[in-house]
Design a protein around this ligand. Sequence first.
Ligand SMILES: NC(=O)c1ccc[n+]([C@@H]2O[C@H](COP(=O)([O-])OP(=O)(O)OC[C@H]3O[C@@H](n4cnc5c(N)ncnc54)[C@H](O)[C@@H]3O)[C@@H](O)[C@H]2O)c1
Ligand SMILES: [Zn+2]
Length: 360
Amino acid sequence: MKVRVNLGERSYDIEISSDLLEKSGAELGVVSSPKCLVITDDNVKKLYYQKVADSLIPAGINCSAAAFKAGEESKKLETIAFLYGEAVRAGLNRDSFIVALGGGVPGDVAGFVAATYMRGIDFIQIPTTLLAMVDSSVGGKTGVDLPQGKNLVGAFWQPKKVLIDPCVLKTLPEREIKCGLAEVVKYGVILDAAFFKLLASNVPKLLSLDLDFYSSVIAKCCELKAYVVSNDERESGLRAILNYGHTFGHAVEAVSAYHGIAHGEAVSIGMCMAADLAVSMQIMKKEDASIQEELLKNLGLPVRLRGCLIPAKIIEAMATDKKKTDAGLALVLPLQIGAVEIRRGVDPALVLEAIRGRCD
Ligand SMILES: NC(=O)c1ccc[n+]([C@@H]2O[C@H](COP(=O)([O-])OP(=O)(O)OC[C@H]3O[C@@H](n4cnc5c(N)ncnc54)[C@H](O)[C@@H]3O)[C@@H](O)[C@H]2O)c1
Ligand SMILES: [Zn+2]
């Protein structure tokens, strides 16, 4: 399956097919140079680097790997500095290219190295988590965190190609699959009621990791993300709808740092909070909010916050999102399954109520 991301001269294809990893060399006709650096994390390196290298080398591509410790903690400027050193050591020049192999962390980090090394060189995304396949590998946002906050430094830098091999999901921990599914459900709610329905009627296939079904789901998500990015590459409008469930979700994550809530789990709860808010503002029917909640629950995602999280703290943490633009806090609120709206200036009392209603 192939999905095109239309961005003028920066357009590219997303290729989705089983065992694509073994064929990556043949797929990389888009790059001109025979030299590349594969940037990955230590987990993914052990699992998949050799497969990629075994395919690149016969295609005449000279590759080496640079791996850092797996996890969000590595998404920092020190890692970028280390990788610039590795790029020089590997002899990368302006005609060389970088391969991002891994989840969203290697993707964001390698993309930023590619955007800035020698003022920008080509890069290819080979995402290996569900989240990276349906979200972070498409759209060209790259960057790292600062001690002061997530994703505060970065660049828009589109890949030349995205290669997705759903078979690698077999080794991905179940919790990571579920987290990716929260983002998958998000696409249905914000843009595509028919896709949402398809997900809701195929929960067993999603839970049993039916790879054929996953291929079509991933392709649909990439299509939807490609549509959004093609219309608003730099997030001046439409692209913000991808933040659905995320303003609440990020705040939940920030406040619950020690309760071990993963990003996708926080997004799942965040989508429920956003839907509850929409219901209380009478812009969405209660039954639509329940349909969303039902699917998230059936997929094994949390829809309520347990533990001692304080609603007021969550709203405080939302103020961090508010600082991101001068225009203030923008909330993505659902109108029905398949349609959302961006609202500013929502009554804080209603927001607090929506949060409180999901805290046990
Ligand atoms: N650029 C964007 O548009 C965008 C969008 C969404 C999220 N993100 C970023 O993505 C990051 C999160 O991505 P993530 O959830 O993929 O995290 P991640 O890259 O840390 O991967 C999660 C874990 O899974 C392991 N792993 C990866 N693939 C595997 C496989 N096939 N089998 C077994 N283990 C595997 C990794 O080693 C890691 O331990 C965050 O930093 C977030 O900010 C970026
Ligand atoms: Zn997300």
